[in-house]
Design a protein around this ligand. Sequence first.
Ligand code: ADP
Ligand code: ADP
Length: 228
Amino acid sequence: GHPMLRMAGVTKYFNGRAACDDVDLSVAAGEIHGLLGQNGAGKSTLMNILLGLVRPDRGVVEVAGRPVTIRDPNDARAQGIGMVHQHYSLIPTLSVWENIAITAKGRVRPDRITALVEQTSARYGLEVSASKRVGDLTVGEQQRVEVVKCLIDQPKLLVLDEPTAVLTERESHALFSMLGQVVDGGACSVILISHNLAEIRSVAHRTTIMRDGRVVSQVVPSETSVAA
Ligand code: ADP
Ligand code: ADP
């Protein structure tokens, strides 16, 4: 079958300099794929191309075998691409339940919202409190709310940008364990952007390493790398 994501020959210039230079990236169904590189390596540009925020000068982008055609950033979500940002899109004064229900409202009939929020949260082991405000949660808990909020859309591909930058080791482990559940069954794949090799090794099935806009290597860190 098709890979969940296929990017081929993706090239983008800014001011005559290639931020991405002939990049190939393929992610299988159910794979957690690490994207590793120093600041300026081209990771954000590549992901912004995937999300339709940046138009490539050259290259192909396909999700589940279909060309991605994005004219508006909302199209990414409609085409099965979810993004968990470094800076959360949650509303701190609203409850966990309300924050997730905001996404559900755009997806299903009003009488189905409660069921969708509860099913999705339960599947990924998130407690959805209607009384706890998101602003009162730890950053690790907020991060997991953000992931479940994205999963309401049932994305084919979930991209996380440096998700553990401000998490403790324990919180990072909880997040990775959730990501293991997300890819379980193969309906969704994950791209984990990081500049931390040790961390990526512990969770990613394969890792693409970028430097100066180019892919410098693609590695399979170990046989037993998925966080349980
Ligand atoms: P990373 O996410 O790996 O830190 P970026 O994709 O942000 O890398 O940046 C890659 C290169 O492209 C850098 O040299 C950066 O300054 C440049 N760049 C990224 N976005 C833009 C932009 N919108 N305009 C000009 N230069 C950009
Ligand atoms: P990250 O930490 O994810 O690499 P940055 O803080 O480097 O992100 O960049 C944030 C945004 O600014 C990105 O969308 C990137 O494309 C854009 N950007 C990065 N470098 C430049 C640049 N030199 N000129 C204009 N925009 C840039």
